[in-house]
Structure formats: C-alpha cells, structure tokens
Design a protein around this ligand. Sequence first.
Ligand code: GTP
Ligand code: MG
Length: 342
Amino acid sequence: MTQSVVVQVGQCGNQVGCRFWDLALREHAHVNKTGVYDDALSSFFRNVDSRKSDGGACGFGGRIQHLKARAVLVDMEEGVVNEILQGPLSEVFDSTQLLTDVSGSGNNWAVGHMSYGSVYREQIVDKLRKAAEHCDCLQCFFLIHSMGGGTGSGLGTRVLSLLEEEFPEVCRIVTSVYPSPEDDVITSPYNSVLAMKELSEHADCVIPVENQSLVDIVNKIKHMSDGGKPGLTIRKDSSIISGQGGLRGAEKPFDAMNNIVANLLLNITSSARFEGSLNMDLNEIAMNLVPFPRLHYLVPSLTPLYTLADVSVPTRRSAVWLPMPLYLPHSCCDSCRAVYYS
Ligand SMILES: Nc1nc2c(ncn2[C@@H]2O[C@H](COP(=O)(O)OP(=O)(O)OP(=O)(O)O)[C@@H](O)[C@H]2O)c(=O)[nH]1
Ligand SMILES: [Mg+2]
C-alpha cells in the first residue's frame, strides 16, 4: 500500500489538519478492532516503539504501539501548534515534525513567501525529507492552508514550490481555504490572488473550500439537527457538528467548519486508506479529472450531509468530483448530473 504525507501550514492549515487527524484516528479505531498495525493504518500513520533504538519503526502485523501522523506542521506563530501539543493529539506528533517561529507573517503574503520562505527553506526541506524517508512508497503530499493569512498563503505556496522542486514525481494535492467576503483580514483578497498564481503553477490538484459556504453548510446541518424530518436528524454530539470529536472540552469557533473540510479529506483519502474493490490511487484523481495541467481546480461536493452525522456510519456516498470547467455547462439537468455521479 502507498503512503501520503500531510503538510499543514499556518493557523487555518493546522486547525483543519488537527480535525483531520482526530477524525481519521476515530475512523480507524472503529474499523480496526484487533489493535494490529495494518496496511490501512500505514497509509497515514507510522507505528513507533519508543523503546527501540533505531527510530522505533515497527512493521506490519504487530500490535499498535504509538501511532505517529505522517505530517509536517508549519506555523510562523507558536500559539496553534502549542495548543495542539497540549491537547489530546499531542502524542500523534513529535518535535521533529514541527516548525514554528514567534511573530507570524502579519497577514502579509510577501513576508510568508519571501522572508520566512528564504529563512526556513532548509529546515522545511529537511522535515519534508524526513517524513518522506519514513514512507515505503510515497504517493501524495496533501497541503492544507488558508488563502487569506500571511503564513498560509505566502509560506504555504512557498512550501508547495519546494515540494515540486524536491519531489517532482510525487502528486501534490492542495486544500485551500478561501476567505469569505466578510473576512476580517483586510489583506486576504490580495493574499489570495498572489497565492492563486503559485497554486496554478505548482499544484497537481487544488480543492478550493470557501469559508462562507462552510458557514452556510454548518447552519444547514444545525437546522437539521434541531428537529428535522425523521431520518434526517443529526445527533447534537456528532462529529460533523461538534468540535469535541469525543476527545476534548470546549468547542472553538472554526471547529464545525473545519470538521466539514476534514470529512471531505477523509472521503477523498478513504480509497487509499482502506482495501476495497473500488480502490484507486490518489494520483488518479488528478489523472482522471484534470484536462489541462493548470486547469486543476476541482469543486468538491459532499452529499448527503446527514450520513456524516457519525463517522461510524459505514456507507460512503460522498466526494463527488466536478472539475470546474465542466461543472457549469453540465450540471443543467439530471441526466447530465448522472454522468458525473455514476
Ligand atoms: N475554515 C477556517 N478558516 C480559518 C481558520 N483559521 C483561520 N481561518 C481563515 O484564514 C484566514 C486567516 O489565515 P490564518 O490561517 O489565520 O493566518 P496564518 O496562515 O496563520 O498567517 P499569519 O497569521 O498572517 O502569520 C482568514 O480568512 C480566516 O477566516 C480555521 O480554523 N478554519
Ligand atoms: Mg497565524
């Protein structure tokens, strides 16, 4: 089986990434009842025995010792990463995977891209290489970042170009969180435009997610959970609307929105994380849906939302992919839609 590495940059990238790891662990725990480290777990997690001297890597078939996420966490502020390290997911990361500074990029794309990008270039490449060396067959890098923040958009896109430079053969799938029209970061439209150019040039696939749409979806789900029709009701403590993930106390403002993005990533990667007759390689997403190299923005769609009420719901009927250029002219009628939904 192949492996993938998640690179999360900036506050948004790390917060979304955190929800992804939380839900992924819960999903694997639900499926893997035996406690054995298997192929499915190896795609996004390493099994590490801290008592061993050679880095502690354990092979397949043994008991799960310590699961470490195949991730690199980058933020030019310390707050979010420190919070992760004090939270329930602290065991999933170790210090070799983290890179932080103190002051942040001040919502300035150029500071992230040019200043921090140059200062931390070697350290970033070093951490990416280490993560890659832990994989038997590295297939994909997932970059998660915001388009509005200085670190996410500036340094995030710099990391993307470093990935292309250092690992040209490995597929780069980017999840970009676009700012809503009412975003409180005044420079976010500029940051987004500057980052878009880099995404067009260096990514294999971009999955754009927009914050206003996430707010709308969260409100819709909350409405459904507050007394929808029978069969459409979402439990109040379900993973899709609760940031607690069954693990921690207070819910943070972006948690419900980040859960949607994390669920999306879980769905995209499920074929790579689990065995199955419809199993496909992640790079086939780009191969099948990208008609021209720079036309690689895919609009993700998640349906129906209420099956996401709990990650323990076994059926997966989601992650419909509509490549952007085909979406508008072909979503006109049911027969057109059927082509894409089949
Ligand atoms: N969906 C979502 N959006 C977020 C989250 N955190 C921040 N944002 C959005 O991201 C943009 C700000 O980017 P941040 O990620 O906070 O900034 P940063 O990358 O840390 O960069 P600097 O703080 O400038 O160094 C704004 O548009 C916010 O609305 C989050 O957890 N989820
Ligand atoms: Mg920040």
